[in-house]
Design a protein around this ligand. Structure first.
Ligand code: SAH
Length: 350
């Protein structure tokens, strides 16, 4: 059955017409969905004959909250959500003074294989549909009775490895009838799939692009990010320059600092040279230690030293503020731990 959340308003109106109903019914049903009414029976102004038709054709694949972790300051809430086929995904809501930001997953697992990342350890199990990505937000908004104003696609998964669904999601979430979240309030992060960066540039959206760089040489990058075997840093930066040229938007480079791997003053100088003159910003992320990887976080002193070098070379850089330190499990770690815990209880989730 089709997940009704995968349809845009236009598609739903079209379906109504094809099924002998008036277009207007499509508007009504979409209206209920965004009021977070997730079953046809409760849609008061829909005639029962149409409700039956809808039930026979569509499902509501709304994820179920299976675990929820709230930080002590109550500003960060991490959710483990169960999809209709028992796959588990993570999503996070962060409350800032300027509004609420959500960090969403785009795939169940990931096949990019970055060595420091927990999300990729079991590989990619499947893509999320546009409606499933959207429903992460709807579920969190409903659960904590808050409105979301910013979205980062930085949860589990590689957004550009699920390009079409992610683009459909971005258009939907941006629609006035939907959550109406401006493109400038959305960030997509990629490990650097070069042809997709070009495609994305050509879409000419106002969405912020974040690139996981994490290294200054191909040799070093290959050791921690398999995608570097496919595209060189030069090719990646060339695609980034194209993106900037076409969109006139500033790129964010993510650089997770791992002790003894990419955190030296020398590497900070190399990074400055690589990015010199580019319309960009560097986001330094103290690596979250993942038990399977053995990577250790750079020291505060080295992180600050690294940042200073960038600053002195005219490269704007900030150290990512850590939210909810007490529940700050590394990306993908919560899901892994939960799946393991349930396996011990003989409950099948993945
Ligand atoms: N697949 C996308 C989104 C991944 S998550 C991408 O690669 O960009 C968002 C960011 O967190 C990426 O920059 C990713 O490299 C980084 N990341 C993943 N695991 C991390 C960890 N354990 N510590 C710090 N950063 C991590």
């Amino acid at each position: 059955m089709i997940n009704i959340l995968d349809l845009t308003k236009e598609e739903l109106k079209q379906w109504m017409v094809e099924n002998g109903e008036s277009k207007f019914r499509g508007e009504q049903v979409i209206g209920w969905i965004y009021k977070k009414v997730f079953n046809f029976d409760d849609m008061k102004n829909i005639p029962s004959s149409l409700k039956e038709k809808l039930k026979n054709n569509f499902s509501f694949s709304i994820p179920e909250i299976v675990e929820k972790y709230v930080s002590k300051d109550e500003r960060t809430i991490k959710y483990l959500l169960k999809l209709r086929d028992n796959y588990i995904i993570e999503a996070v809501l962060m409350k800032y003074d300027y509004g609420n930001t959500v960090c969403l997953s785009t795939q169940v697992g990931c096949r990019m294989g970055c060595k420091f990342c927990a999300s990729t350890i079991g590989g990619r199990l499947r893509n999320l549909s546009n409606g499933e990505i959207l429903s992460e937000i709807l579920v969190m908004e409903k659960d904590c009775n808050e409105r979301v104003s910013n979205i980062v696609l930085m949860g589990t998964g590689e957004p550009f490895d699920n390009y079409d669904n992610v683009m459909k999601f971005i258009k939907e979430v941006n629609a006035e009838y939907g959550l109406n979240i401006g493109q400038r309030h959305i960030t997509v992060s990629t490990c650097g799939i070069v042809p997709k960066i070009i495609d994305f540039a050509n879409e000419k959206t106002q969405v912020t692009l974040a690139i996981s760089l994490h290294s200054t040489t191909d040799e070093n990058r290959k050791k921690i990010m398999p995608i570097a075997n496919k595209y060189s840093i030069e090719e990646l930066l060339e695609a980034c320059r194209y993106y900037i040229k076409v969109t006139n938007r500033r790129i964010t480079f993510e650089y997770s600092l791992v002790k003894g791997v990419n955190d030296s003053i020398e590497q900070a100088k190399e990074l400055s040279l690589l990015l010199k003159g580019m319309l960009c910003h560097v986001n330094l992320i103290p690596v979250n230690e993942v038990k399977e990887s053995g990577f250790v976080r750079a020291t505060e002193k080295d992180i600050e030293g690294f940042r200073k070098v960038l600053e002195n070379n005219g490269i704007e850089a900030t150290v990512r503020k850590e939210m909810g330190g007490d529940i700050n499990a590394a990306c993908g770690q919560l899901r892994r731990d939960y799946v393991e815990k349930m396996r011990d209880k003989d409950v099948w989730v993945r």
